[in-house]
Design a protein around this ligand. Structure first.
Ligand code: MIC
Ligand code: SF4
Length: 647
């Protein structure tokens, strides 16, 4: 039996384990990326590990999230990351150079390599045939130091694409369709591998839109690990256009490869779609939703900011004016895209139509400005529309393609672009404009010794867990429902994001969307546990969603199920991720209950089950710790940093 593409890349990077779904495998990591919002923590941890020079083939530090700089904090973080990068052998992509995933695809992605990034949308690299995964900053720091990356071996889902997209239907609609289909709550993480004749009809940036937003499949399938396309002639053409033909290798599944699950999508049957508030998988057709009134349109983000996307938008806007009830912002994904738009005149068409051009960065996607008006309806080409993420608590965000976004911005209401008549012909250049002058190379090793790493006053140390005690007696300090995102646990946005390197300060905002009194309660009680529903911790890779609860004294999270990255972040920080043996027991336990996790150390050490005694209710609830051997030892030591230090 032959291998599929995901198995081939895993096999060639396998350090430990076997490719049996659900069992732990260790992977060698070739490339890493970080962005600034998770990067400060990752580099603080790298510095704590005393690693002289990174051991990967390539590591890049991007600045793209915190670019408002409405205080010294962001600029200090940028300087800190820049000095660590130069000293430790990491390339540094300066602010203004673009969004990490877009730039990495353009300038660094290599088919067949593994990429680990401290950002959940790292799977964008799957568009160019990489095995690209998101992880917490600490896991990325370990990989930079040459350490192995551990995950449960995913199931591989084959998505066979047939046919060809109709005019006005976009790559975004393919991934929205998949989000609509994959509603089953599966057990382990999955890799989505695309095959079929339809693949040939999609350019690399279109494939990257699909693999990028594949990260959201985690919302329904409990943790899609990544998504991947084959590397073929289209990949070669893209690499040639980027002056990187030498990075090309042809890669595809063997003829007789098999998969754990199969899905078929006929591209010719797709129509323009939208994900409705507040979940990326609440998908309906634009026609079904109808011409609802809108207040804002935002085009950009790592999902839809390629030159191709921008050219389509410019063609729709050309000669028109943005409707008077709409504010339209556009953030091209990289300096390369922005420069090319300015040279070919498309930027002038956007500006003339009234678009507000923002810098090449995450911007409104992570709530760094452009919050909608109260109860506002915002159409965004982004990948996430979680409640409150836009910065306006009662706003409704719809996720759409660039075509739908631009057509609606002109019409003033949600518009099916197929009503616009003939699709504009977009001719992409066969050579992109290459200028890497905003990517700093690291110091040579002999010079690096003298480079000082510069910290700022807002950069505080990383909280550390402590070794697991025999049993834990404490209180339930919060009970939440299903699908809690890391944006609920540790919100981002312009007011909070600048404090990503200051956990004590961040802690006052923990769970602010759900319960503003939570941080105070934690301080008063000193320690506690959180009870959660299904898919707890979905969304971003930010380990702050574990480090901040750790700082607040949270010892365990008991949930129906966890999202993959958050479970790893909890374990790495030394917080116990436990699940109910019987999900119905969720209803029996309440906030304020006094509880004891009986014999917990012994159970983690020997792999037994754990009993939660609820003294308030006078009941016992059996719990499970679904952890690999390695994860058990990390928990026993009180987190990955302690575990690594002890070895
Ligand atoms: C996001 O899209 O939520 C982010 C901001 O890029 C996060 C990372 C972070 O919180 O810094 C992600 O996706 O991992
Ligand atoms: Fe940035 Fe948004 Fe992409 Fe996250 S999803 S990396 S915030 S553009």
């Amino acid at each position: 039996m032959g291998y599929n593409l995901a198995q081939k890349i895993i096999q060639s990077h396998l350090v430990s384990g076997e490719m049996i779904p659900g069992t732990e495998i260790g992977l060698r990591i070739d490339q890493t990326l970080t962005q600034d919002a998770t990067g400060t923590m990752a580099y603080l941890q790298l510095e704590a590990m005393n690693i002289d020079r990174v051991k990967t083939e390539l590591s890049v530090a991007y600045i793209d999230h915190n670019t408002l700089q409405n205080g010294f904090e962001n600029a200090d973080d940028h300087r800190f990351i820049q000095t660590v990068a130069q000293k430790r052998g990491i390339r540094f992509s300066r602010p203004g150079n673009g969004i990490c995933h877009q730039v990495h695809l353009e300038r660094f992605g290599v088919p067949g390599k593994t990429l680990l990034g401290s950002d959940s949308h790292t799977p964008t690299g799957g568009g160019i045939g990489m095995l690209a995964m998101g992880a917490g900053g600490l896991d990325v720091a370990v990989a930079m130091g040459g350490g192995t990356y551990y995950i449960p071996m995913p199931k591989i889902v084959n998505v066979e694409l047939t046919g060809k997209l109709s005019p006005w239907v976009a790559a975004k609609d393919i991934i929205l369709e998949l989000l609509r289909i994959m509603t089953v709550k599966g057990g382990v993480g999955k890799i989505v591998e695309y095959t079929g004749e339809g693949v040939k009809t999609l350019s690399v940036p279109e494939r990257a839109t699909i693999t990028n937003m594949g990260a959201e499949l985690g919302a329904t399938t409990l943790g899609a690990t990544t998504s991947i396309f084959p590397s073929d002639e289209t990949t070669l053409a893209f690499l040639k256009a980027q002056d990187r033909a030498d990075a090309y290798t042809e890669l595809k599944a063997d003829e007789d490869a098999s998969y754990d699950e199969y899905i078929k999508i006929d591209l010719s049957t797709l129509v323009p779609l939208a994900a409705m508030p507040h979940m990326p998988d609440k998908v309906k057709t634009v026609e079904e939703i109808g011409p609802i009134a809108i207040d804002q349109v935002c085009i950009g983000s790592c999902t839809n900011s390629s030159l191709f996307d921008m050219m389509k938008v410019a063609a729709i806007l050309k000669g028109k004016t943005v409707a008077e009830n709409v504010s339209l912002t556009i953030s091209p994904g990289s300096k390369q895209v922005l420069t090319m738009l300015s040279e070919n005149g498309a930027l002038a068409d956007m500006i003339a139509a009234g678009a507000r051009i923002l810098e090449s960065a995450c911007g409104p996607c992570i709530g760094m400005g452009q919050s909608p008006n109260s109860k506002g309806i915002s159409l965004r080409t982004f990948n996430r529309n979680f409640e409150g993420r836009s910065g306006t608590a009662d706003a409704g965000v719809y996720l759409v393609s660039p075509e739908v976004a631009a057509a609606s911005a002109v019409a003033g209401c949600l518009t099916d672009p197929r009503t616009l008549g003939e699709f504009p012909e977009i001719v992409l250049p066969d050579h992109f404009l290459i200028n890497d002058n905003m990517i700093l190379l690291p110091d040579a090793p002999d010079k690096a010794k003298d480079r000082e790493v510069i910290y700022g006053p807002n950069i505080k140390s990383v909280p550390l867990g402590h070794a697991l005690e025999k049993e834990i007696s404490t209180k339930v300090l919060l009970k939440v429902g299903d699908n809690i995102t890391t944006d609920h646990i540790m919100p981002a946005g312009a007011k909070i994001l600048p404090y990503r390197s200051n956990v004590p300060y961040l802690s006052q905002f923990c769970f602010g969307v759900c319960d503003k009194a939570f941080p105070e309660r934690c301080k008063k009680e000193g320690s506690g546990i959180i009870v959660g529903g299904a898919n707890y911790g979905q969304g971003s890779s930010r380990e702050h969603a574990a480090l901040v609860p750790l700082y607040l004294g949270i010892r365990a999270v008991v949930a129906k199920s966890f999202a993959r990255m958050h479970k790893a972040n909890l374990t790495n920080s030394g917080i116990l991720p436990l699940t109910f043996a019987d999900e119905n027991d969720y209803d029996k336990i309440d906030e304020g209950d006094s509880i004891t996790l009986c014999g917990v150390r012994d159970a983690i050490l020997n792999g037994g089950d754990i009993v939660l005694k609820d003294a308030t209710k006078g009941i016992e609830i059996p719990l499970k710790a679904d952890l690999s051997d390695r994860a058990r030892h990390i928990i026993l030591a009180g987190g990955l940093l302690n575990y690594t230090a002890s070895k």
